[in-house]
Design a protein around this ligand. Structure first.
Ligand SMILES: Cc1cc2nc3c(=O)[nH]c(=O)nc-3n(C[C@H](O)[C@H](O)[C@H](O)COP(=O)(O)O)c2cc1C
Length: 162
């Protein structure tokens, strides 16, 4: 059985986070794949699903939103967790940052078992408006493999108890 980590990304930071999540499951002996939400298709048949999306101006990534809406019934029948990747500082490490309201609504829609916010990343040479301006003062990588592994271990324990 395989765990699907479906993700929505604008600048690939959440793709890397999704790979970290999948890798952490594999280290615990589970099968896991990270796939862009646009290419993920029907999640029926996966052991569990994690949906990760980046935040931009308070909005969860459109690909993650759309995929969750399109596959809500299948996700309700599968243990599902939602992930937000965002803060460009270490605040995600300081305590559980709650989901933004429409991610909370998506959790209700699919009866998600939980949510976690992980730190984001922004390259110093990010292009486009307003990313390039933000990058002048806030570029960096706050994705934390230890934080990811801790959270994946808690999901793994929950799956084992099902
Ligand atoms: C234009 C822009 C807007 C952003 N808005 C938010 C935000 O509202 N909240 C937040 O926590 N992070 C915000 N971020 C940080 C991103 O969520 C972070 O850089 C994330 O890792 C981006 O993921 P991606 O590379 O997969 O697109 C923003 C970043 C950019 C470039």
């Amino acid at each position: 059985m395989t765990i699907l980590v479906a993700y929505g990304t604008s600048r690939q930071g959440t793709a890397g986070l999704a790979e970290m999540i999948a890798e952490a499951f594999v280290r615990l002996g589970r099968g896991a794949v990270a796939v862009p939400a646009r290419a993920a298709g029907d999640p029926t048949g996966y052991e569990a699903v994690v949906v990760a999306g980046s935040l931009s101006a308070g909005r969860w990534h459109r690909d993650a939103r759309r995929w969750v809406r399109s596959h809500a019934a299948a996700l309700r029948a599968t243990p599902t967790w939602l992930v937000t990747s965002g803060p460009l500082d270490d605040s995600a490490r300081g305590g559980a940052i709650p989901p933004v309201p429409h991610v909370a609504a998506a959790m209700d829609l699919v009866r998600a078992r939980g949510h976690m916010t992980f730190g984001g990343c922004l390259a110093p040479d990010a292009r486009g408006f307003p990313a390039a301006a933000m990058a002048r003062t806030r570029a960096g990588d706050w994705r934390d493999p230890d934080h990811v592994r801790e959270w994946v271990a808690s999901v793994d324990a929950e799956l084992s108890a099902l």
